[in-house]
Write a protein that binds this ligand. Structure first.
Ligand code: KIV
Length: 263
């Protein structure tokens, strides 16, 4: 199984790290049969699985239920769980309680958005023996402050701030950092500035690894097509065709056949 040590080794050997989101046991079982390096139980599950309009709606209980399902389905994979909205902003005890719930549900590490205001809590979690992944650039839990899903670090000051934050997170003990929606050149500069691996999403080819939301790479939502997304399947057509075919067979009396029935 991949772990924090292999993350570091992969960066040293310039071997790209792959990560994909996973929220449930049935997809975890499938992903367990792939070579993917790590699974992220991202708070994006609030949007993808629960239909909310932002990750602000994810809670610790919600995250824990999905982490436990993923852990049951993918026993061989390194699982990282998002610390949900405000779980790190109400003091160390609340944060450590949330970490305990997520780790006991089956996570091997947690991910925390932001830098400045999170350093104390990151330090305490790392000190407690729990690996922490940072998250910079577009941080969806702050979507209302950022004014929407915008590319971050476009100007010099913004770019320098992200580089500085990445160094600070690495010094605080983060074992890796997600870089979301930043210009490619900045993605590469951040990755060269720190020894811990960067995992990009919309951060260009110069990061040490890449992450995508599973449902996006499977093409389940044809209306979602950001520049950074490559679809590896037409999941929407695949699923609608299969269900349409089932519907037709049922309505035309073609399912079940004799061999699909108990004699
Ligand atoms: O919640 C999530 O899925 C994430 C990825 C987009 C990195 O944080």
């Amino acid at each position: 199984m991949t772990n924090v040590t292999t993350f570091r080794q992969k960066k040293r050997r310039a071997e790209p790290i792959s990560m994909v989101t996973c929220y449930d046991a049935w997809s975890a079982r499938i992903l367990n049969d792939t070579d993917i390096d790590s699974l992220l139980v991202g708070d994006s599950l609030a949007v993808v699985m629960h239909g909310f309009d932002s990750t602000v709606h994810a809670t610790v209980d919600m995250m824990a239920m999905h982490v436990a399902a993923v852990a049951r389905g993918a026993p061989d994979k390194f699982i990282i769980a998002d610390m949900p909205f405000l779980s790190c902003s109400k003091g160390i005890k609340v944060a450590l309680d949330a970490v305990q719930v997520l780790m006991q549900a089956g996570a091997h590490a947690v991910k925390i958005e932001g830098a400045d205001h999170q350093l104390d809590v990151i330090g305490r979690i790392v000190e407690a023996g729990v690996p922490v992944m940072g998250h910079l650039g577009l941080t969806p839990q702050s979507i209302h402050k950022l004014g929407g899903h915008r590319i971050q670090g476009r100007d010099d000051a913004g770019g320098e701030k992200i580089i500085k934050d990445a160094k600070v997170l690495a010094a605080a003990g983060c074992f890796a950092i997600v870089l979301e929606c930043v210009p490619s050149l900045l993605g590469e500069r951040v990755s060269r500035s720190i020894e811990v691996p960067t995992i990009g999403i919309g951060a260009g080819p110069g990061t040490d690894g890449q992450v995508l939301v599973l449902h996006d790479l499977l093409g389940t939502d044809p209306s979602f097509s950001p520049t950074f997304l490559r679809r590896y399947a037409d999941g929407h057509t695949f699923i609608t065709d299969a269900v349409q075919a089932f519907h037709q067979d049922v309505t035309q009396g073609a399912f079940p056949a004799l061999k699909e029935s108990f004699q």
